[in-house]
Design a protein around this ligand. Structure first.
Ligand SMILES: Cc1cc2nc3c(=O)[nH]c(=O)nc-3n(C[C@H](O)[C@H](O)[C@H](O)COP(=O)(O)O)c2cc1C
Length: 177
């Protein structure tokens, strides 16, 4: 008859990181994908979901334990499609995600600060906890042609996105947030 072990074996509750993004010319998408791949590699026990803003909603927010939002700055704001995601989800999530961790990626032509400010206001409403400063990548697109051209995010900036994705996954897995 095998004897039962006299101590409890510590079990980790599986965690989910939700990444919601929108991108017009590919920059934000590359940033979100880099963060996603690094998060998946950092802790295989953390499920990482990468959703386009048009596919995401309140149920996805409620089912996750931490969040990474990724947006271009458009007209000194988060992009319309990410805003639409928040508009559709806001009241279905309110008071049910208090204290959960989040971070933000912004892909901007030359600024990005207003998108970050707007996101902070939304996160305050949801009582989310920022675990890092907004990560802003500037593509330096200034002319209409450059702004509408496909973007290629540099390796250094992608590495910053990877580090943030990794930190979110590791922190969620360890339960330190
Ligand atoms: C309609 C429009 C408005 C924009 N407004 C801003 C802005 O307010 N501030 C800024 O820094 N960049 C602005 N940009 C530039 C984009 O943020 C930049 O091109 C960024 O790389 C887009 O990200 P994406 O490649 O993920 O679409 C704007 C671009 C468009 C198309």
């Amino acid at each position: 008859m095998p004897r039962r072990r006299p101590y409890a074996v510590a079990m980790r509750t599986p965690k989910t990181l939700l990444i919601v993004y929108h991108s017009m010319t590919g920059g934000t998408r590359q940033m979100a994908e880099a963060a996603c791949a690094a998060a998946q590699a950092a802790d295989p026990a953390v499920a990482v979901r990468l959703l386009h803003a048009s596919e995401a909603g309140a149920a996805d927010m409620l089912a996750a334990d931490g969040y990474l939002f990724a947006t271009p700055e458009n007209l000194a704001a988060i992009s319309g499609q990410l805003k639409d995601f928040f508009d559709r989800s806001y009241y279905g999530v309110l008071d049910q995600v208090n204290g959960r961790p989040y971070a933000l990626l912004v892909c901007a032509g030359s600024d990005g600060q207003n998108a970050a400010r707007q996101m902070a206001r939304i996160a305050t409403g949801w009582r989310l906890k920022a675990i890092a400063e907004p990560l802003i990548v500037c593509t330096h697109a200034q002319t209409p042609e450059a702004i509408l051209a496909p973007k290629q995010i540099g390796a250094d900036d992608l590495a910053r996105c990877q580090a943030l994705g990794e930190a979110l996954a590791v922190g969620l897995g360890m339960g330190v947030f």
